[in-house]
Design a protein around this ligand. Structure first.
Ligand code: ZN
Length: 484
């Protein structure tokens, strides 16, 4: 509304004062160049070492706040951010929603030309058993250049860097064409009540956002091959199913033809032999094209044009056997739970199994159920849902933000490969995409597979140098993103 009013006001002025018209046109033409220079001047003027030192200091403080979930106690973390934002004069508000639990929202206003950018992070962490740690999990201690703490990777690192970006933007007076929003939530690791509460009670806080950056990206240093910067663009959705067979029970010494366990096992045999059809998503096609550069031999050419390569049944079979790639190409089914009798000499009257099904973005669960039923080929087996299904979704890579991420990452590491990633598990991006927001999992820290494996495990840690370097990359991405 405001934009339209401004435009018509300008037209009236131009109509009445012709000479002024030329001046205004000249000024309008000069604006983009001026804004560009202003941004370059802004970026060039930042003295990084003090901000990097502050990042390391604050990260240690943040790791010392125990937000193990359950119970979470994220209010303490929200208060930590609240103090930092208040000191920098950034408008912020804590939303407590349950005892000890809260979200915090902060905003730096832009001129409104473009829709907002949201930096989203969760403050809770999974629990830690101190006995298996080298250093206490809530110490923030540094050993051999690595900072230890539960949440060092998931995701207090990214949350703290996002907060630092806000602080630097405010202190250095970053010019902004869009609002820059920081949202830290509770309970991502267990029930996702923080984001759910926010979207239900204060949707206006993020409703209009064009872009959102959160967890789900990973940058693995692969020895001898380079670094793959995986930008999370979508996730598969867990669609858990329970299959229950019923029949006549009895004594194990007198076999029952067609008992519940027998029928279940026969049907399951058909399910485990079933290969679901390949469905190639555009982002997965792009992923293969990008990582082709790392492949030796004929695979390089096959990955570069995976759509064509998949038409060859031999190639389709060989890639389907590769665990690393198979799940990207199809809905998958893993048989995980089997339950019959609890006694060897008792034939039970029911037996059940559970399947961990993961559906690709865009998949229709009812359609999948239909296919599964025909594979089971036994109508007496009852299929029930074993989780709360949330429809999978994804974001396009054809955006200015995705291209900007590619450009800035390569500027800091010319050998880096930036690839769109489809995640096998759920992230909260699923909730925010439903608002029409493009959501990316983007992380700026490069880590070795050993450090990466410490996420959710003992000795979770992050290289201090990567925190310092990651701050600059994230700041540059955000500063440019709020101006384009
Ligand atoms: Zn996380």
């Amino acid at each position: 509304m405001d934009d339209l009013q401004n435009t018509s006001a300008k037209r009236t002025v131009l109509g009445k004062f012709r000479p002024l018209c030329v001046l205004l046109v000249m000024a309008a033409l000069a604006i983009p160049a001026f804004a560009g220079t202003q941004l370059e001047d802004h970026l060039g003027a930042i003295v990084w070492p003090p901000y990097q030192d502050e990042t390391v200091r604050l990260m240690r403080e943040y790791l010392r706040i125990d937000t193990s979930n359950p119970p979470g106690n994220e209010l303490a973390a929200a208060e930590f951010f609240h103090r930092l934002f208040d000191q920098a004069g950034i408008r912020n508000i804590i939303y407590p929603y349950a005892p000890g639990r809260a979200n915090i929202y902060a905003v730096i206003k832009g001129d409104g030309t473009l829709r907002p950018l949201v930096l989203l992070n969760h403050m809770d962490v999974v629990q830690a058993d101190a006995r298996s740690w080298r250093l206490p999990p809530f110490s923030g201690e540094i050993l051999n250049g690595e900072m230890y703490g539960r949440g060092a990777q998931d995701m207090k690192d990214e949350g703290l860097l996002q907060a630092m970006v806000m602080l630097i933007a405010a202190r250095q007076h970053l010019p902004l064409k869009r609002d820059l929003i920081f949202l830290a939530t509770s309970d991502e690791e267990v029930d996702g009540t923080g984001s759910a509460w926010m979207l239900e009670n204060h949707p206006e806080a993020v409703r209009d956002a064009e872009f959102l950056i959160t967890e789900g990206g990973s940058n693995l240093i692969i020895r001898g091959r380079g670094t793959i910067h995986a930008v999370g663009v979508g996730e598969k959705a867990p669609f858990w199913l329970r299959l229950t067979a019923s029949g006549r029970g009895g004594h194990g010494s007198i076999p029952v033809a067609d008992s519940a366990p027998d029928r279940l096992v026969k049907a399951l045999a058909r399910v485990v032999d079933w290969q679901t059809p390949i469905r190639l998503l555009p982002s997965v096609e792009q992923y293969f094209r990008v990582i082709a550069a790392l492949e030796p031999g004929p695979r390089a050419a096959q990955f570069r044009d995976i759509r064509k390569a998949l038409q060859d049944p031999a190639f389709a079979q060989s890639i389907s056997r590769d665990e690393e790639y198979n799940f990207l190409l199809r809905d998958t089914v893993s048989l995980t739970v089997l339950h019959g009798s609890s006694q060897t000499n008792v034939i039970p009257d029911t037996a059940y199994a559970e399947l961990d099904v993961r559906l690709l973005p865009g998949e229709d669960p009812q359609l999948f159920m239909g296919q599964l039923r025909s594979v089971l080929a036994d109508d007496s087996i009852r299929i029930t849902s074993a989780n709360r299904f949330k429809p999978p979704n994804s974001s396009s890579t054809n955006t200015s933000l995705y291209r900007l991420i590619e450009q800035v990452v390569r500027q800091y590491n010319p050998q880096a490969i930036v690839a769109p990633a489809l995640g096998g598990g759920y992230t909260e991006s699923q909730m925010y995409r439903q608002l029409g927001t493009t959501c990316y999992g983007f992380n700026t820290l490069e880590v070795t597979p050993e450090v990466d494996a410490s996420e959710h495990a003992a000795n979770e840690r992050v290289p201090v140098e990567q925190l310092r370097r990651g701050l600059r990359i994230l700041y540059e991405v955000v500063a440019r993103a709020v101006n384009q």
